[in-house]
Design a protein around this ligand. Structure first.
Ligand code: RB5
Length: 147
């Protein structure tokens, strides 16, 4: 299950991403918003919670730039959120960072690119190996700095 959320700026793009992912066979859990004005950290928190409690394997967050969502999501222990607007980062943040949330900006990229990035992110496996040590160091940082 893929948790997905957006603010008002990301609503139209979120609908396109959900339709695309469902057609590709992914199950999605839409955690809002429904187009009304909302504060993006509240939606980020909902999506992050589904990922950290294990009920969703990954999450997708969309706001105007994707920046606010990524800042908010990365305050949550256990979340590694990556803001992506091109293929290379969407692939390598999975391979090397084991990112569990993809953030995108509805005012910076279109639906064609966003849907491709989502599919690439969701189908690329973490490489492990030397990258596991680095992800563990990120976890150490969390443990020292996030209560
Ligand atoms: C909302 O206007 C906008 O600030 C938000 O979608 C996002 O871009 C913040 O980072």
């Amino acid at each position: 299950m893929i948790a997905i959320g957006c603010d008002h700026a990301g609503y139209e793009l979120k609908k396109s991403v959900i339709d695309f992912l469902n057609e590709k066979g992914f199950d999605t859990l839409d955690l809002g918003c429904g187009g009304e004005h909302v504060d993006y950290p509240e939606i980020a928190e909902k999506v992050c919670e589904k990922v950290t409690d294990g009920s969703c394997e990954k999450g997708i967050l969309i706001c105007g730039t994707g920046v606010g969502m990524s800042i908010a999501a990365n305050k949550v222990k256990g979340i590694r959120a990556a803001l992506c607007s091109e293929h290379f980062s969407a692939k390598y943040t999975r391979l090397h960072n084991d990112s569990n949330i993809l953030c995108m900006g509805a005012r910076t990229i279109g639906a064609g690119l966003a849907t491709e990035l989502a599919e690439l992110f969701l189908t690329t496996e973490f490489e492990g190996g030397r990258h596991q040590r680095r992800v563990d160091l990120i976890t150490d940082l969390e443990n020292k700095n996030l209560s």
